[in-house]
Design a binder for this molecule. Structure first.
Ligand code: KG4
Ligand code: ZN
Length: 379
């Protein structure tokens, strides 16, 4: 049972997403990638409200799937496999995606696979992209070599994962409290920058950075010195003797800084954003380099929503060029960094590839048994 055309469905949080991908000639090509974002609806609450998310998924999922088929130019009978996010995530949200996927698998008589959301983020790196601008993006999935060290940074996860082969995960470090994306969102809330916080903080920070230095010719250390004249935030656990992270103290440190000031004007907000972002990036890079020293990976990869952060992408690249020039550096295309369904279909492709004939046959009746799991473990 070989498969080429895969439907992906993702509803674990606040994006309703569907995608059709096609496998062939060693490439995973995205035929459509539809994402309907609910961020505006959740913004007034400062975070995702699970029941509101479920209501919006229910309203939009059929439209999103239809659009994914239309844009891909295919019909349901062209699909070989249906994949859906099974967890982790918000149960009311996951239930919509999984129930729709189960219904489609039953009606269309297609095999169905439930995918771990983080596995999806990791496999976003295996999607083929045609880009002239970024060398790292032009890397083909066949260029990725094992062992892989993957830094997963999203709204719910911050983990360093070692992969010795496909679908094999060893968590070698993780956050002890808040995830990196969660810290971005909470700091943005403290500063009144809205939800989601990551892009808002990155925008403020880059405005300040472009005023202080010319990023093309001047070094980041000059920028750090400029920031520290105004604020000096901690780099939690940067010197700890392990690969774990902690971001909740950093968020509290931002809160204290804002309390010290009577008012916070636009410029100070931008500097605080820059210093906060730099603190997160410093810790993430330092731990990744530490892990690289111990595990000697052939590839270092970024994954998850925070991997859309330009400073993280660029500063990690600069550090790897300097300390590990022979290690392959892979980052997902921005379209596949934040939540999407193409990454779920891509992970599904690899899951299927390594399944036995019996497992593949069983997938034809998954519509009877598949259940979402809010705390699904990566294994
Ligand atoms: O992976 P994702 O889309 O959803 C989860 O699985 O959680 O990640 C969302 C997180 C949010 O916390 C958001 O603020 C953060 O990713 N994010 C960013 C950026 N874009 C999204 N954080 C920093 N810089 C960005 N450019
Ligand atoms: Zn995600």
């Amino acid at each position: 049972m070989s498969i080429t055309t895969i439907l992906g469905i993702e509803t674990s949080c606040d994006e309703t997403a569907a995608s059709v991908i096609k496998a062939g000639k060693g490439k995973l090509k995205v035929l459509s990638n539809i994402v309907s974002s609910q961020t505006k609806i959740h913004a007034r609450w400062g975070g995702v409200v699970p029941n509101l998310a479920a209501r919006e998924h229910l309203k939009n999922i059929i439209l999103v799937i239809n659009l994914a088929f239309k844009e891909a130019g295919i019909k349901p009978h062209d699909i070989d496999l249906i994949t859906v996010t099974r967890g982790p995530g918000l149960i009311p949200a996951l239930l919509i995606g999984t129930n729709v996927a189960k219904t489609l698998a039953y009606v269309w008589k297609k095999p169905l696979l439930g995918i771990h959301h983080i596995e999806g983020h990791i496999y976003a790196n295996f999607i083929s992209v045609n880009s002239k601008s970024n060398k790292a993006k032009k890397l083909r999935s066949s260029d990725i070599k094992f062992p892989i060290l993957c830094l997963v940074v999203s709204g719910g996860h911050t983990q360093l994962i070692l992969m010795k082969k496909h679908l094999d995960y060893e968590i070698i470090g993780e956050t002890l409290d808040d995830a990196a994306g969660e810290a971005f969102d909470k700091v943005a809330r403290i500063l009144g920058l809205g939800y989601p916080g990551g892009p808002a903080i990155a925008k403020f920070a880059s405005q300040w950075k472009s005023q202080v230095i010319n990023p093309k010719s001047e070094t980041n250390s000059k920028f750090k010195i400029q920031n520290s004249k105004f604020f000096r935030l901690p780099r939690p656990m940067i010197n700890s003797n392990n690969l774990n992270f902690s971001f909740s103290g950093l968020k509290t440190a931002v809160l204290y800084e804002t309390k010290k000031l009577k008012t916070i004007n636009y410029k100070l907000k931008a500097i605080l954003c820059a210093e906060f972002q730099q603190a997160v990036v410093d810790v993430l890079i330092s731990k990744t380099l530490k892990a690289a020293k111990i595990y000697c990976p052939k590839t270092i990869m970024l994954a998850g929503g925070v991997s859309a952060n330009i400073e993280l992408r660029n500063q990690l690249r600069n550090n790897l060029r300097r300390y590990y020039p022979n290690t392959i550096y892979k980052i997902p295309d921005i379209r596949y960094s934040i939540d999407n369904a193409a990454m779920i279909a891509a992970a599904g492709y690899y899951r299927w590839k390594y399944m036995t004939v019996t497992q593949k046959k069983k997938a034809l009746s998954s519509w009877k048994t598949l259940q979402p799991d809010a705390n699904l473990k990566l294994k």
